[in-house]
Design a protein around this ligand. Structure first.
Ligand code: SF4
Length: 365
């Protein structure tokens, strides 16, 4: 029986014998929550009252000190064991509740059981796109298992290497922030492979994503994620047409909460939210680099996007987030910048029209 090598840690746990890996996963799939998630990017969410059919798995290959999902990602024993047939049932229940896709969140440790479950769901007639929503530390072996079963890859690119690093060089910042020193090299290979498998992010006439890769990046205060170096790499590797979602929703969570940050005194930025000034600078850099398809978040998005997995529904969504003076309801705070943004009036937009840059302009303040 071979040891696990599904993520960059390659910790070798023999999970088939019940050994727990560094990610917290053992033999069974553990699901923390399954819900209709209205807070993903517009093409992954669709018009109200739908949303993404999110299945949050317990455990994680990484150990991010600021993780916003730490209650389920870094808490051994969280979640309920589910069999493959139970997982298929969960997918169909989400579909019946109006999900526009099935969004597998932190799936990496479970791909060996997930892959047959997805295949079974498809053979039973589940036609929704399958979204593989990952921190981006997947090994080639894990991605090979999922090839042909994933429609949309939704990986993070959390960090860039420091200037002058050679492939494979360990990074002390990566070790301290994410719990692994080689994140960027595993991540870069994974992104290239995901892009090879599913190609260009594609949005149908109905505004919903059907296939492709959308890369997410959480901007950290004081450029601790080296965003300024990451963006040029993304352009160089995938071109200006790559779909990006660059998020401003950082807040001190988990190990870096106020009162718990003594070990991060040398990085005081971790103890505060991202400033508008910092985020504006990132948006400006994206525009200068000429990205055609970059989702950016409105100021204040972070308040709506803070999960609490101790509650039955981790996201405390209001009945709807209405733009000032606009009758349309928008619970997703991402807007597309770049040349594919359409022009339009605020009140003619639906939240998945990706035209809300005009809506932003119409908002007070
Ligand atoms: S997925 Fe988990 S068990 Fe497998 S190599 Fe990574 S940390 Fe170890």
């Amino acid at each position: 029986m071979r040891g696990c090598a599904l993520c960059g840690r390659r910790c070798g746990a023999v999970r088939g014998r019940g050994e727990k890996g560094a990610c917290g996963a053992a033999g069974e799939m553990l699901v923390a929550q399954a819900l209709i998630h209205p807070g993903e990017e517009p093409p992954l969410t669709g018009p109200a009252p739908g949303g993404s059919g999110a299945i949050f798995f317990s455990g994680c290959c990484l150990g991010c000190v600021f993780c916003q999902n730490y209650q389920i990602s870094q808490s051994p024993g969280s979640g309920e064991p589910v069999s493959q047939s139970q997982l298929v049932d969960i997918m169909f229940r989400l579909k019946d509740r109006g999900a526009v896709n099935i969004n597998l969140v932190s799936p990496t440790p479970y791909v060996l059981k997930l892959a047959p479950a997805v295949a079974r769901a498809r053979s039973r007639g589940l036609g929704l796109p399958i979204v593989y929503n990952t921190g981006g530390y997947d090994s080639p072996e894990a991605l090979a298992v999922m090839e042909g079963l994933v429609d949309i890859y939704l990986p993070d690119a959390k960090l860039a290497p420091p200037p002058g690093d050679s492939p494979g060089d360990p990074d002390g910042r990566s070790m301290r922030l994410l719990g692994v020193g080689d994140y960027v090299w595993v991540n870069r290979s994974a992104l290239v492979e995901m892009n090879r498998q599913v190609g260009e992010f594609t949005i149908g006439e109905d505004g919903l994503a059907t296939k492709g890769m959308l890369v997410r990046h959480l901007v950290l205060p004081d450029d601790l994620a080296r965003t300024t170096l990451l963006l040029p790499w993304l352009r160089e590797t995938f071109g200006t047409g790559v779909y990006l979602s660059v998020m401003n929703q950082y807040f001190p969570s988990h190990m870096v909460k106020v009162g718990h940050n003594t070990q991060f005194r040398d990085w005081p930025g971790l103890g505060r939210p991202l400033s508008e000034f910092e985020y504006d600078g990132v948006v400006r850099q994206m525009m200068e680099l000429g990205f055609d398809n970059a989702f950016v978040q409105e100021t204040g998005a972070s308040e709506l996007l803070r999960p609490d997995f101790s509650k039955p529904d981790a996201f405390n969504w209001p009945q709807g987030h209405a733009h000032a003076g606009c009758p349309e309801i928008s619970r997703n705070e991402s807007e597309l910048i770049g040349k594919n943004r359409k022009e339009g009036k605020c009140c003619e937009m639906r939240r998945n029209d990706m035209t809300s840059a005009a809506c932003l302009a119409a908002m007070p303040g």
